[in-house]
Design a protein around this ligand. Sequence first.
Ligand code: ADP
Length: 302
Amino acid sequence: MSNTFLAIGECMVEMAPTGEGTYAMGFAGDTLNTAWYARKCLPESWTVSYFTAVGQDQISDQMLQFLGDSEIDTAEIRRLEDRTVGLYMIQLKDGERSFAYWRSHAAARRLAADADHLKAALDKAGLIYFSGITLAILPPEERKVFLSGLREARQRGAQVAFDPNLRPRLWESTEIMRACVTEAAGVCTLVMPSFEDELAHFGDPTPKISAERYLAAGADMVVVKNGPEDVICATKDAQTTFQPDPVRNIVDTTAAGDSFNAAFLAEFLISDDINASVDAGARLAGNVIQHRGALVDSLVPA
Ligand code: ADP
């Protein structure tokens, strides 16, 4: 198997308030967060690569520079002449965060527009990671191209890992979201949902039901996260539960699921041991939520 961990999705410019009318610029996105933590968790013998589309302008250059500085390989990223990257702004009101997005015309929406380019990137990967947001931003025709590329990758023996990350507002309708996410689960070796989303948008009464639903869709294994509650790992033949250590000093839960996925997958690729993988995921996520922001530089997974 190839030692390339390939994450696919949208990285955005983030504007975070620093005072009266001033903002700090950063880069963020669910799949990018996972790639960033995977780079920290995997040994140097692994390449962590990000696949997306960006523009040819200065802000796109800066995004690629940020990825490169994070030791994430950017060689496969498409550069489009007529588009640029998406942006969101964090707004604070009475201590509560809300988000304003400018992403409807983002270059990342075209990441699957060149099927040959996409296939060439997929062919090099030992593990491919994507999310429901990756799917949501694609035009419907290109979702088909994307899923058929993943299907082929799985058939040739690659791991295909998917976090449904259900965000109805990004989709044409909730029905289309459910159908597409179910179809996507069917091309995956590993589906990694968060129960809160599955309860809200599929109406699953328990995490076990979410796991069974994704197994029935065709996934080999399902890992259901549920905040401080048990993580469930299920295959057709077995089910195990794992209780994360309690975290008392929660500062910011941004990227809990993304960092869990990164550490889980890194350990799974190295040891193929489910218990050790859940333990690594829960330990990193438990650490991340004790710090502010999505990407916490100081955390070195043990
Ligand atoms: P998401 O960020 O996708 O909503 P979850 O909230 O389900 O993800 O959390 C992902 C993982 O982060 C959990 O499986 C758990 O390991 C860890 N985690 C999240 N919240 C807590 C918490 N309050 N206490 C301990 N661990 C937590």
